[in-house]
Design a protein around this ligand. Structure first.
Ligand SMILES: [Zn+2]
Length: 736
């Protein structure tokens, strides 16, 4: 139908509303009778906005027809009566999905323009495609209603304030969302169907190839396969992904990677390993021959706040949508796959897992359990070499009363006890161990040698190939010949470097052990304690060894006793009950503290000196608070003080020659004793504290007293302070 002449439709506004096209819809010149009665002069005063969007870059590329039709709406706006300079095309959202408005700046701009009352009409191809989300769509047409903005598509012009139009617009929104949902479901069911047959592959991990017929096979490259085997063997040995990673890096072993896309698709590349690649390998069930689909939650579950996909953590195997075992070629057994997964889980440092061996001093972290409540005990470090095992059950259970909290214990004593037990077990099998170690060294070297030889073979092949290519080209074709010659040279250089490396590594990588090496391994194995304490053995090594032998260690720590019951659960199921004396902080924590107190009081009454008392207590086998230490005179004095048997103040036996109680010296110098004490703390005078009450004793002979007097009389010189002559005490003679 021919376009009617442009008329302002104010006169016809009271005519019954007519929707729908009155003419055909043509690509280049969309034809609808202009002058829809809904368009009034106030609409012409504002802009016409054409919103163009296609969901994905592929659609933008391939659905040109749809795109052309969308742009043709600009002409349509002119037909409706807007001058071309008043028609704005918003096409910023090309290639953006319509499901959420957040990422679509164009849609947001459209909304902004509407709310600023700049817009007379919004045009879109199939209006509901303005937005695939009901929420965004409703927001748009509600706003259009508030600001009197019209909406138009090829079906007609809509007024959001008109009851019938609102119904249609609302329905269009619902249907659009429904359509999207249907499409998505259809796609997902299609995928799931294919996955349930075990035939859906997007890509395959290293060590496998996806053939054009959709079948999955082992990588045809022998070296690629051998590296994958190596990864799993090494994991079995080192029991941590990180461990395997560091080993690969240290040995310079690269991992095979098939190029996924581009002109070199399918070619084999050797790349440096990364932790994420290794994690993928050890988590992937394909290596155990299993097909799995839906190992992660669907990507459509996005975080509402950011619009970004939620973190797509791997689900547990029982939550996978599809799992078909024994479908694909396997590098490892399913049981081994599960064991590896459990090992990786145990390596995480969480309350319910062991955690990987670490280089901290504590040897039993992850293995130690509280005998009172059954919780795994945690390690804390007061200093780097003083680990302390604590049960933190009371913290998590908010057992506020200190009485109900389980007691912890010092780490070193317990570690020493368990280490001794482990060493005893190791010594029994030292011969077997040495043989095993020799075999291990041999196997490791074989592996490295095989790797190196394969690398060399590959380099040789590359060089030969480059040479053949060079010879095949017509020498007159200089440009190509020069490039090929350069490639050939490069390949030769690479081969030579590898050969040199291989030769240099020499004996190290040869699988055979020399007699000296065998003897050395035997010697090491026969002196296991030395090996254990050797500085070359790391704490992580020691932890790993203990973990091989010991399943768990349970300690029953009594609050009011230094005696601890230790139960070692060995890997074979055998249990071993041991007694340990732990260091405690206070005498009251000792089991026979009453007996000890009584004995000290008796000896004090008999007039024994502190040193004599200490010797008697040691001889009678009393335990000190630290089991590794014997009683000393100072400890006895301290104990007497705590028992209220004596006071240190005024006890002349504590004073050495030329020593003063701080108050006495202060009186002598006629100055406040606090100042004098401060000087002693700063090192301006020789001083020490008594073992029990920590009272200050200052040493000062006549010369020192003179100096201190001078120091007292001098004044501080601003930031320079006192002269250093006055503040430096003279050298004190050796204490007896
Ligand atoms: Zn506990």
């Amino acid at each position: 139908m021919a376009t009617a002449e442009k008329t302002c439709s104010t006169a016809r506004s009271n005519v019954a509303p007519e929707n729908g096209p009155r003419g055909g819809w043509d690509n280049a010149t969309p034809v609808i009778s202009r002058g829809s009665p809904k368009i009034q002069s106030r609409h012409f005063e504002k802009l016409a906005i054409v919103y163009v969007r296609q969901s994905s870059p592929q659609q933008v590329l391939h659905h040109r027809e749809s795109r052309a039709r969308q742009y043709a709406l600009k002409d349509y706006a002119q037909v409706l009566g807007w001058p071309s300079e008043r028609v704005i095309v918003i096409d910023e959202d090309q290639g953006q999905s319509g499901t959420l408005a957040e990422n679509r700046t164009g849609f947001q701009r459209l909304i902004a323009e509407v709310t600023m009352d700049h817009v007379g009409i919004v045009l879109g191809l199939e209006l509901n495609r303005l937005s695939r989300s009901s929420k965004d769509w409703h927001q748009l047409f509600e706003l259009c209603g508030v600001f009197g903005t019209l909406l138009a598509d090829q079906e007609g012009v809509y007024d959001a304030n008109d009851g019938n139009d609102r119904l249609i617009l609302g329905l269009k929104g619902i249907m659009s969302e429904m359509e999207l949902q249907t499409m998505r479901n259809r796609l997902e069911y299609g995928r799931l169907n294919k996955a349930q047959r075990g035939e859906l592959f997007y890509s395959v991990p290293l060590g496998y190839v996806l053939l054009p017929n959709g079948k999955v096979e082992f990588d045809p490259d022998q070296q690629a396969r051998s590296v994958v085997h190596l990864l799993f063997e090494k994991f079995e040995e080192l029991r941590s992904v990180r461990g395997v990673f560091y080993w690969l890096v240290a040995q310079g072993i690269k991992v095979p990677y098939r190029v996924q896309r581009g002109p070199r698709k399918g070619e084999l590349e050797w790349r440096c390993p990364s932790l994420s690649t290794l994690n993928q390998v050890f988590h992937h069930p394909i290596y155990a021959g299993a097909y799995a689909y839906g190992r992660r939650p669907p990507s459509s579950q996005r975080s509402q706040a950011s619009g970004k996909p939620r973190s797509r953590r791997l689900l547990l195997s029982e939550e996978w949508q599809v799992l078909i075992r024994d479908l694909l070629p396997a590098y490892i057994t399913w049981e081994r796959y599960l064991q590896n997964g459990e090992q990786i889980r145990q390596n995480h440092n969480r309350p319910d897992t062991r955690g990987a061996p670490r280089n901290g001093r504590a040897l039993l972290c992850g293995l130690l359990f509280c005998g009172e409540c059954g919780w795994r005990m945690q390690v804390t470090y007061r200093t780097a070499d003083k680990p302390h095992y604590d049960c933190q059950h009371h913290q998590s259970e908010a057992k506020a009363a200190a009485d109900s909290a389980c007691s912890g214990l010092s780490g070193n004593v317990l570690d020493e006890l368990v280490s001794q037990q482990v060493l005893r077990v190791l010594e029994q099998g030292s011969l077997e161990l040495s043989l095993r170690a020799q075999a291990d060294v041999r196997r490791e070297r074989e592996r490295l040698d095989r790797q190196a030889q394969q690398n060399l073979k590959r380099a040789r092949y590359d060089a030969e190939l480059a040479e053949r290519r060079y010879r095949a080209v017509d020498p007159d074709n200089r440009l190509v010949a020069a490039t090929l010659e350069r490639q050939w040279e490069q390949a030769l250089r690479g081969e030579r470097e590898l050969q040199e490396q291989y030769d240099r590594a020499g004996q190290q990588t040869r699988p055979e052990l020399t007699p000296e090496e065998e003897a050395r391994i035997l010697a090491l194995a026969s002196d296991i304690p030395a090996l254990w304490h050797s500085p070359e053995t790391t704490n992580a090594d020691r932890q790993a060894i203990i973990r091989c032998l010991v399943e768990r260690v349970v300690v029953h720590v009594e609050r009011h006793s230094e005696h601890v019951e230790v139960v070692v659960h060995w890997a074979g199921g055998y249990q071993n009950r041991l007694e340990l004396v732990r260091p405690v902080r206070w005498y009251d924590q000792l089991r026979d503290v009453d007996h000890l107190k009584k004995r000290v009081a008796e000896l004090h009454a008999l007039g024994r000196t502190a040193a004599q008392t200490a010797a008697i207590l040691n001889a009678e086998g009393f335990a000190a608070i630290n089991p590794t230490k014997k009683f000393t005179g100072d400890m006895v004095r301290d104990l007497r003080l705590k028992l209220g048997l004596r006071r240190e103040q005024g006890d002349a036996s504590l004073l050495e020659p030329d020593e003063w109680w701080v108050r006495d010296l202060a009186q002598n110098l006629k100055m406040p004793w606090q100042t004098l004490r401060e000087w002693a703390i700063r090192g301006w005078a020789h001083g020490r504290q008594t073992p029990g009450q920590k009272l200050w004793l200052l040493w000062a002979d006549q010369e020192e007293i003179t100096r201190l007097r001078k120091l007292r009389d001098s004044t501080s010189h601003g930031i320079l302070g006192y002269s250093s002559e006055l503040t430096t005490p003279k050298l004190r003679p050796e204490r007896p």
